[in-house]
Design a protein around this ligand. Structure first.
Ligand code: PGA
Ligand code: ZN
Length: 425
């Protein structure tokens, strides 16, 4: 049973305050977790509680921490740790709002994740094994950012994430080996071109490019320079995060200085899919552009993975709607969009039942917390998106997967191509 719940203010990878929750059981076993934070948030997400005012740009979380130490601690005290769904239902009811704004999505998700860790500790198991409960697991196919853009790099380019996926690798460890060579090659090439300007929020190179297509060209050349084969070994994955520059069927591309309607936006993406080895595209149009999602998936859903992030905000009902609409073929799973682990899992399961790709994802604001690595393995999601291949809040997640792969030993299975809702080329 739960003995105590403690909240504290810690700092995230952007140097902003965030919430840590620590659950201690009567047995003395404990679990701890830190809430992440997005920058390009969907409007339907659970809302983080921020204090406003002058301190830390209004981003302080004193009230959310107080909620953990006060109402949440009181409500959870003495409750059995075994039933996560019951505990999450209690948290949802305690908050009482549709968007978790009263206690704060940040307070709730830190608490809910810490409960999972405490339960695993009480079972004497690593979190991934506790979540798997004997079911099959796979090491996830990683989606790793090489160039950052959009809201994570002052809109230097329109596209938010230029990423690589290595589905042909033989193991999770080998996928990281390949990615490390690509990341290195991209850095050397940028330096030679006089375009190396540091890294963006998630550790990808800051994209001093004149066009989105220049980033794509660079990426293909970096894959080749790393000695790997574009398409058959390594694919490109893009998070357009189109809600950041479009709404109402109108898209304003900063780099190209032009305005596109939905049809033109889709044609632009089609031209990229034809010209580059693209395996996956996230949020190709804005979160309010349902017709655009449906048209894009009708056109490309058989060939590439099409992910809803801002569009689905890890919400089971939205995932179900997107299944009947055929609006996407994959769902991004971000625990703090949902607010509790039970709701997060429900969204993932709804998508998986429909054959969707399932990508557990970090936020642009992260920490040393590695819960999502365990979710990706333990829930057998198949894919994991964490940002780039630098900065320790990113590397901590990749490194944790290496440890899990080692723990699994000969039983370790790398998801590879099997994670994608499309046929192997
Ligand atoms: P965010 O970006 O965490 O800033 O929302 C991540 C994403 O859009 O996938
Ligand atoms: Zn996204």
């Amino acid at each position: 049973n739960i003995r105590s719940v403690r909240g504290r203010r810690v700092w995230d990878s952007r140097g902003r305050p965030t919430v840590e929750a620590e659950i201690t059981l009567a047995s003395g076993k404990a679990g701890r977790a830190i809430a992440p934070a997005g920058a390009s948030t969907g409007s339907g997400e659970a809302l983080d509680r921020r204090d406003g005012g002058a301190a830390f740009g209004g981003m302080d979380v004193v009230h959310a921490v107080d909620a953990v130490n006060g109402e949440i601690a009181t409500a959870l005290a003495g409750k059995p740790i075994a039933d996560q769904a019951m505990l999450d239902t209690l948290l949802i009811g305690l908050d009482g709002t549709a968007n978790k704004s009263r206690l704060g999505g940040n307070a709730l998700v830190a608490t809910s994740m810490a409960l999972l860790h405490a339960r695993a500790a009480s079972e004497g198991q690593p979190l991934w094994a506790s979540l798997a409960a004997g079911r099959d697991v796979r090491l996830p196919l990683p989606e790793i950012q090489i160039f950052g853009g959009g809201a994570h790099a002052s809109r230097r380019v329109d596209v938010q994430d230029f990423m690589v996926m290595c589905p042909a690798a033989g193991s999770f460890a080998e996928a990281l080996d390949w990615t490390a060579e690509i990341y290195r090659a991209a850095g050397v090439m940028l330096k030679e071109a006089g375009k190396l300007q540091g890294v963006a929020d998630e550790g990808g190179y800051w994209p001093a490019f004149a066009a989105n297509e220049e980033a794509l060209d660079f990426l293909v050349r970096a894959i080749e320079k790393a000695g790997l084969k574009p398409a058959s070994e390594v694919g490109i994955s893009l998070d357009i995060a189109a809600s950041e520059f479009g709404r109402g069927g109108s898209y304003e591309l900063a780099l190209d200085k032009r305005k596109l309607d939905t049809g033109e936006m889709l044609d632009l993406l089609t031209s990229w899919i034809k010209a580059y080895p693209i395996l996956s595209i996230e949020d190709p149009v804005a979160e309010d552009d349902r017709e655009g999602f449906i048209a894009f998936t009708a056109r490309h859903g058989a060939d590439i993975q099409i992910i809803g992030d801002d569009y689905l905000v890890t919400d089971e009902a939205r995932v179900r709607q997107s299944i009947s609409d055929k609006a996407v073929n994959a769902v991004l799973i971000k625990p703090n969009q949902a607010g509790t682990m039970t709701e997060t899992l429900a969204a993932a399961n709804a998508g998986r039942a429909a054959g969707f790709g399932t990508i557990v994802s970090a936020r642009s604001g992260e920490s040393e917390d590695v819960t999502i690595s365990h979710l990706a393995v333990g829930w057998n999601a198949g894919q994991l998106k964490v940002g780039s291949f630098s900065r320790s809040e990113r590397m901590a997640k990749w490194n944790e997967c290496l440890r899990i792969e080692e723990q699994l030993g000969r039983d370790a299975v790398f998801a590879g191509w099997s994670a994608l809702p499309v046929k192997r080329p």
